[in-house]
Design a protein around this ligand. Sequence first.
Ligand code: ADE
Ligand code: ZN
Length: 337
Amino acid sequence: MTDIRTFIEGLPKTELHLHIEGSFEPELMFEIAKRNNIEIPFSSVEDLKKAYSFNNLQEFLDIYYQGANVLITEQDFYDLTWAYLTKVHEQNVVHIEIFFDPQTHTDRGISFDTVIKGIKRALEDGEKQYGITYILIMSFLRHLDETSAFNTLEQAMPYKDWIKAVGLDSSEVGNPPSKFERVFAKAREEGFLTVAHAGEEGPAEYIWEALNLLQVVRNDHGNRCMDDEKLVEHLVEIQMPLTLCPLSNLELKVVRDLRDHPIAKMMDRGLLVTVNSDDPAYFGGYMNENYLGIAEALDLSKEQITQLAKNGFTASWLPEEEKTRRIREIETYYQNN
Ligand code: ADE
Ligand code: ZN
């Protein structure tokens, strides 16, 4: 019998909720800042890491956008993405569906092409060298206005083949999904799938809006659905995937302690919940650390951990036969470990 840590490390995993800008490790940030001649308002990596202490989502976002400021060239975006792929490959992550936030960069004069070409080239190399399959999701910043989102959608048109879905992130409270109803309608018309962050800090009502107004096929976070019994029943019935991010929830004070994390209760209710890292460079852990964190805090069994890993594939947009193959692989792994 393998111990829980080794069991988690060996499991084939998906990552369905990851902001590539949130994987920007301080060491790489300093290296890229230096080659681009950009000042970081921190004297060292240690000094910067000390600033990674947040009371809420907004305090984190302020630092996260500041960090992204040093990304200028296509090579910078390549290096950022490559570092993430190398890391998750070591953790036996085999399939990723990741966000990028174009407006974070286009708003400071970096072209959409530069951003997406750097990220895409690294993803292609990751598939070749590590065998990691991938899907790219373009996320709109909800604190910006509808016009900016429409402009971003327009810029994405030449890259339709590279982007499977659009998402919605950034400051949730006060920026409900309804603000982007028309942009999402246009995106769907153009053939994109839709997802949205809803019910992280915002109320259960935002999850209803994401479902009914944005017609999401997956909901990012969604912890707050537990406040609304009717919503839970509905999410169970339609088996709507929820991409939970335990260490993110802890660091952004969505939960006070990992022992209070709702993931086990949600699983017991029959919700299709998955484990993800969100912004691993800022929240102290990639996939294995997220799994291990909840496994230890909630005393999860290997069976429950196995179910979470299977859910990751079920909730992914891999072809059905690939999902089935991976789920069987996980079942065999569980039997043998
Ligand atoms: N952007 C990056 N991480 C985010 C999160 N956890 N919530 C909303 N927007 C984000
Ligand atoms: Zn997120």
